[in-house]
Design a protein around this ligand. Structure first.
Ligand code: PMP
Length: 409
């Protein structure tokens, strides 16, 4: 069978580190009581008020083709939200409604990258990034970050990667998988490199309502950045609407016009009743967003209490998003080996850092997506498991330090 090389090579080959996830799912299917802290799916459902709005719209007849760029009402609601939250005047014409953030990521690379262009992205990264870039015909180039620098990209690393020429730079704050929020110097370094090397900045802000200290800062608001930034937004995380597939791109009007052409030949828009539900949800304002984020805020506090000063497990600064990242190199294990042993010994499933790139080797990502009591119990048992491993590694190696040559910095 002849398949295009673009599709055949899209995923890059090699192990993707998702074995633990599939093993946990299989154990659960056999009836074993596994605590799953793997994927970014809320433990609550879409709010009934949003579902009622969806139902009203569908029964009211909004089941035919909807406007390809998005309904007037939803584009206006998104523009208002962006203006209000960032202080940067944004018009409905700056907005394209998409079927989720993932489709927006693909479209953003399609509109900014020529075939063969280098497209930069920060490692560790959300698992679809390299494949999305390849699907758009571009060449993914990771910008390495270090655990010891809280996985914030440094000016030097950004400059290094941009030096060979690139069309775009993809950043994500609050970050999946690290839970880190980029600080002001990082955002300034990102803006500086984008301007110096004439890069499009693709800013994935799907976790913008999940910032635990201070507030979210969009790099689009920095001087000279609005004309070169495409912001990726989504209602998946902010409104627990993962299955509704609704998101957006905000950017310069001319780019949005091209993206509307792309949408016409790909998605042909988003179902009208979903858009109406999204318009309703955005109209409910910050109160609804805070309600959806509240469980993660509580569990992040639990994680700080349980792991804040742990001698073996190092908690990366949990600034935002629904994850915490743990450095487990003191056990002498890779993230993958640790996650597998935790699943076998404790029936707790976490994601190996290696699933999210080389920079996160020796770490595990913990999704805060189970009830508070189970979450606290899982972290306590994870920490005890790590202590036992570190003690036995110390017995055999005569040292409790990180494994020799452990990558990730
Ligand atoms: N970006 C990041 C960083 C994500 O974590 C996700 C989903 N986990 C997405 C984009 C895509 O989300 P969606 O397509 O559901 O909007």
């Amino acid at each position: 069978m002849r398949i295009s090389s673009r599709i055949e090579n899209m995923l890059g080959g090699g192990s993707d580190g998702w074995d633990v996830f599939y093993r946990a799912r299989a154990m659960r299917a056999r009836g074993e009581p596994v605590i799953e802290l793997t994927i970014g799916e809320h433990d609550i459902r879409t709010d009934p008020s949003i579902l009622a709005a969806m139902d009203r719209s569908a029964r009211g007849g909004h089941t035919g083709y909807a406007a390809v760029p998005g309904t007037e009402a939803l584009r206006a609601a998104i523009a208002d939200r962006v203006t209000r939250r960032t202080g940067l005047a944004t018009a409905p014409e700056n907005v394209l409604v998409t079927p989720g953030g993932q489709a927006a990521l693909f479209a953003a690379h399609m509109v900014t990258c020529n075939p063969g262009d280098r497209a930069l992205f920060v490692d560790p990264y959300y698992a679809t990034y390299p494949g999305t870039i390849r699907a758009a015909g571009a060449v993914p180039v990771p910008v390495a970050t270090r655990s010891s620098h809280a996985f914030q990209p440094t000016p030097e690393a950004l400059e290094d990667a941009a030096h060979g020429g690139a069309a775009s730079l993809l950043v994500n704050t609050p970050n999946n998988p690290t839970g880190v929020v980029y600080d002001a110097p990082t955002l300034e370094a990102i803006a500086a490199v984008a301007k110096r090397h004439d890069l499009w900045l693709i800013s994935d802000e799907v976790y913008d309502t999940q910032v635990w200290d201070g507030r979210h800062v969009s790099p689009r608001t920095l001087p000279g950045m609005a004309e070169r930034t495409l912001v990726i937004g989504s209602m998946s995380k902010s409104h627990a609407m993962t299955g509704s597939r609704i998101g957006w791109i905000v950017g310069p009007v001319e780019v949005i016009d091209h993206l509307i052409n792309l949408a016409t030949v790909t998605t042909y828009g988003v179902p009208g009743f979903i858009q109406d539900a999204a318009t309703f949800a955005l109209g409910a304002g910050a109160a609804l967003e805070d309600k959806v984020a509240a469980p993660f805020r509580r569990r992040r506090a639990l994680a700080l209490r349980i792991l804040g000063n742990h001698p073996v497990v190092r908690l990366l600064p949990p600034g935002g998003a629904m994850y915490v990242m743990l450095d487990i190199r003191a056990t002498g294990m890779s993230g993958e080996a640790f996650a597998n042993s935790l699943l076998d010994a404790e029936r707790i499933a976490v994601m190996p850092g290696e699933s999210f790139g080389r920079a996160a080797a020796g770490h595990v990502r913990v999704a805060m997506t189970v009830d508070d009591a189970s979450f606290a119990d899982a972290l306590t048992r994870l920490a005890a498991h790590a202590e036992r491993l570190a003690a036995s590694a110390g017995d055999t190696a005569g040292s409790r330090g990180p494994a020799a040559g452990a990558p990730g910095g």
